[in-house]
Design a protein around this ligand. Structure first.
Ligand code: 4NP
Length: 159
């Protein structure tokens, strides 16, 4: 199962989601079954590591935060099983690259998997203060846990 997390710049929210999911997947002993990557709908930050403020917020919780930004491309529709958009704008920008709607069912909103937060979107922390980064991590730990639980159930059903 290959998962792709997508935001705008691929330096704050989606690399955080990728690293948090990898961490939870490793803890669950499922690293051989679930693979994660991330991308941005925009190309401004291509090649850059995750934002320094996101790395600092993650380090406070002993979470790894590695990666190199890249832009989402049409090829990702076939390369991944599930594409998780951080907000509605990301969601629409992704689907705009699939005008025939062939891959529509693979694209989901990340917050649909959160069980402890009412948010419908992962807020963009880029122009705000440090607390925004902490909140994004809280929300993503929740949503990634929900996603993992769902994947555990669907994988179990297939066996
Ligand atoms: P991200 O955050 O989409 O969570 O990576 C942003 C990063 C950069 C910009 C906006 C949001 N930017 O405008 O450069």
């Amino acid at each position: 199962m290959k998962l792709l997390f997508v935001c705008l710049g691929n330096i704050c929210r989606s690399p955080a989601a990728e690293n948090i999911m990898n961490h939870l997947v490793a803890q669950a002993g499922m690293s051989d079954r679930i693979e994660c990557d991330s991308a941005g709908t925009a190309s401004y930050h291509t090649g850059n590591p995750p934002d320094r403020r996101m790395r600092a917020a993650a380090a406070n919780r002993d979470l790894p935060m590695v990666g190199k930004a890249r832009q989402f491309t049409k090829a990702d529709f076939t390369a991944f099983d599930l594409i998780l958009a951080m907000d509605r704008e990301n969601y629409h920008n992704i689907l705009a690259l699939d005008p025939q709607g062939q891959y529509r069912d693979k694209v989901k909103l990340m917050c649909d998997f959160a069980t402890q937060h009412p948010d419908k979107e992962v807020p963009d922390p880029y122009y705000g203060g440090a607390e925004g980064f902490d909140y994004v991590i809280d929300l993503l730990v929740d949503a990634c846990s929900g996603l993992l639980q769902e994947l555990e159930t669907t994988t179990a059903k297939k066996v």
